[in-house]
Design a protein around this ligand. Structure first.
Ligand SMILES: [Fe+2]
Ligand SMILES: [Fe+2]
Ligand SMILES: [Fe+2]
Length: 281
């Protein structure tokens, strides 16, 4: 099978993982803190590892990881119905992985897909179990429809964080330089933390998270990546700072200032890398 075909199949798998991550995170955030939400977030983290393996395999083959989000199953009115939708999404993934394992003949890639497949089968069983668990424990959708200045800031923050998570992951996959790769990955993980904090804050305060992103910089040359990342970090640090000053709630103010400090740190890390790169060239 030619390389382009394998890359296309792996990108389909990657898009599927992307959809699953977002679907599970929205479900976990929307039921409020608790044991089940933690278990679902742990599954989402395993999907992130799959995402990572697939993206690296695509880059090794000379391809570019797709940032498109695959199908999500967001139907369902009760938490138990959501868990049923998660079972269905796992079943979709299982069918696709089985198909791709059959079509791809490269043994190294087959092995990775096989490994992912066995995780998906275990997730499917977990979600089946959660359908009943939720009924027994009476977990509820705790989201509200609050829309005001505070939810607007949180919505904006979530949109920003989701955008940079994808942008830094893409840059990390495309970077050849080990240090740049590592820093991009570390900062992407830090942005995932921000997204989680903001989404939990939003739901806790009676809002409802929508996880959508804005334009993602897909530069493949390191200097261009770093410049784009520095630009967005500077803008967003100023924005968090402005938002924090504008908010009366002390706890939320502190959270926004903490995130601002991280963004300032990201700006510095990326700026240093860019300087170092220029010195070396
Ligand atoms: Fe997965
Ligand atoms: Fe952030
Ligand atoms: Fe940042």
């Amino acid at each position: 099978m030619d390389k382009e075909k394998v890359i296309a199949l792996l990108n389909e798998d990657l898009e599927g993982e992307h959809g699953a991550i977002v679907q599970y995170l929205i479900h976990a955030y929307s039921m409020g803190e608790g044991e089940l939400a933690c278990e679902i977030e742990a599954i989402a983290r395993e999907e992130m590892r799959h995402f990572d393996w697939l993206a690296e395999a695509i880059v090794d083959l000379g391809g570019k990881p797709s940032l498109k989000r695959g199908k999500m199953r967001m139907e369902g009115k009760t938490v138990s119905e959501w868990m049923g939708q998660d079972v269905l999404l796992e079943e979709d993934a299982i069918a696709m992985y089985k198909e791709h394992i059959k079509t791809i003949d490269e043994p190294g890639i087959k092995r990775v897909l096989q490994r992912i497949l066995s995780d998906e089968e275990s997730h499917r069983d977990d979600f089946r179990h959660f359908v009943d668990k939720v009924k027994r424990e009476g977990l509820k959708d705790i989201r509200g429809d609050r829309k005001d200045k505070v939810t607007k800031v949180l919505d904006w923050g979530i949109e920003h964080e989701y955008t940079v998570i994808l942008q830094y992951l893409f840059h990390s996959y495309m970077a050849r330089n080990k240090e740049i790769k590592k820093q991009m990955e570390d900062q992407a993980i830090n942005e995932m933390q921000h997204l989680g904090w903001l989404a939990e804050e939003l739901v806790g305060g009676g809002g409802s998270p929508r996880i959508e992103h804005t334009k993602i910089d897909q530069s493949t040359k390191p200097a261009a990546m770093l410049r784009a990342d520095i630009e967005i970090e500077k803008k967003v640090a100023a924005e968090y700072d402005r938002a924090a000053k504008d908010i009366a709630d002390e706890k939320l103010k502190k959270l926004l200032l903490r995130i601002r400090d991280h963004e300032v740190y990201h700006t510095d890390v990326f700026t240093d890398l860019l300087k170092k790169m220029k010195r070396q060239s």
